[in-house]
Every structure is written in C-alpha cells, then in structure tokens.
Design a protein around this ligand. Structure first.
Ligand code: SF4
Length: 216
C-alpha cells in the first residue's frame, strides 16, 4: 500500500476556481478541520466546531477530486492552497499530496503558524509559499483575541524567515475592531520587518456577520 493511502486528514470542503485570492493564478482552496486557536471573529468556525461534517480523505482521494483543474493550474501558474482551520496540523498529508500532484502545481499554506516547529519544518520542501495570519504581535492582544499565547508563532516565524525564500512569505497584519488599533498595527509591522519579513499585507478584518460565506 502506498504511503498516500495510509495518511488521512479531515477535509471540510474545497473551493475551486479562485482567482488571485490564495496565490497566483487559478487556485483551489482546501479547508481542513481543526484549529488550535479560537479567534473571536473567526470567519470559518465550522473548521473547528465538533458537529461540522467533514470527509476523512487520503492525499490520493483529494488529488482525484482536484485534478480536474490541472489545465487551469498549468495555464495560470496556480495550484492548491491549504487553509482551514489549521493546515499545519496535517503536515504528513500535505507532504504526500505534494508527492503525488504534478510538480508544476503551486502549493500554498495559509496558517497561523501557531503549531510545533516540527510541523512547519516537515512541509518546507513541499510548499511554494506561506501566508501567515499573525493577528497581532502583542502577546496580550493576541491572547485576548485567539485565546492562545503567540510565542510559538513568533519563534516559528523567525526560524522560517531564516530558511525559506523571503519573497514567498507573506505576513498578514489585520486591524481587528475592539482588539487592536492602527498604532498596534504599525508596531506589529515594524516588529515583523525587524524579523526580516518583506511582504506584509495590512488590512481590516470584516466582521464575519457581514461577509459572504463562500462555502455555503
Ligand atoms: S486561526 Fe483561522 S480558523 Fe482558526 S480560529 Fe482563527 S480565524 Fe478561525
């Protein structure tokens, strides 16, 4: 039996034909179930709620579903972006998926990076780009918003910056109503630049109540 038939991960859904929203070209966003954080304005609470329906898939099963868009990916330089939930809870699955999908597909990971370093390290050779939602670099703001400490995230980011192509790391720095301010945002951006991050995406979170749910 192939390794890719043994490893499984819970997949809530996937969204095809996304353009310029999860990386270059046409992409398919795959959402895993499970997340270590509990962000107060989470846009995908289904990704951790216990009553969410998901399918336990092997990498080959997922590849069979996604290969229908091979020509789109090849023609546009797109591929598959793993999100969630937290994709880095499933590094073995992502490694195996990379092994079986065409090498031209670009593989992206949208992550909070708040997982053990060994999970990050495992996917480095299987990943073309990272998009890291840093929330806020202030420990108290981060904890109030996510319920978790941000030390692990910042330590992982420092390590990642040292070994991964810097132009393929984007740090997202959101302005979060009632949790941080423009000044907090600017302080986070400064700290991230000092760590060595070059691509920073600063924006305002939209209250999920006012957002379109793409997965309904
Ligand atoms: S990291 Fe993402 S999926 Fe997890 S709780 Fe926060 S917004 Fe939701």
């Amino acid at each position: 039996m192939e390794k890719s038939d043994i490893i499984t991960a819970p997949i809530v859904t996937y969204a095809r034909h996304r353009i310029q929203s999860d990386g270059d070209g046409v992409t398919t966003l795959v959402c895993f179930h499970g997340c270590p954080l509990r962000c107060k304005m989470c846009i995908n609470p289904f990704s951790y709620e216990s009553d969410t329906k998901y399918t336990q898939m092997t990498p080959s099963m997922l590849y069979e579903k996604l290969k229908i868009d091979n020509l789109y990916f090849l023609a546009t330089g797109g591929g598959v972006t793993f999100g969630g939930g937290e994709p880095l809870l499933y590094p073995g699955f992502i490694m195996e998926f990379r092994n079986i999908c065409p090498k031209e597909w670009r593989i992206g990971i949208e992550t909070s990076l708040n997982v053990p370093w060994k999970n990050v390290e495992k996917v480095i050779d299987s990943t073309d780009f990272f998009v890291i939602d840093t929330k806020d670099t202030d420990p108290d703001i981060y904890k109030a918003y996510t319920g978790k400490d941000n030390t692990q995230m910042l330590d992982n980011l420092k390590k990642l910056v040292g070994i991964f192509p810097i132009d393929s790391i984007t740090a997202r720095v959101p302005l979060i109503t009632n949790y941080n301010t423009k000044e907090d945002n600017e302080r986070s951006i400064e700290l991230l630049k000092n760590i060595g991050v070059k691509k920073i995406d600063s924006f305002k979170y939209i209250d999920p109540k006012n957002r379109l749910n793409l997965f309904k």
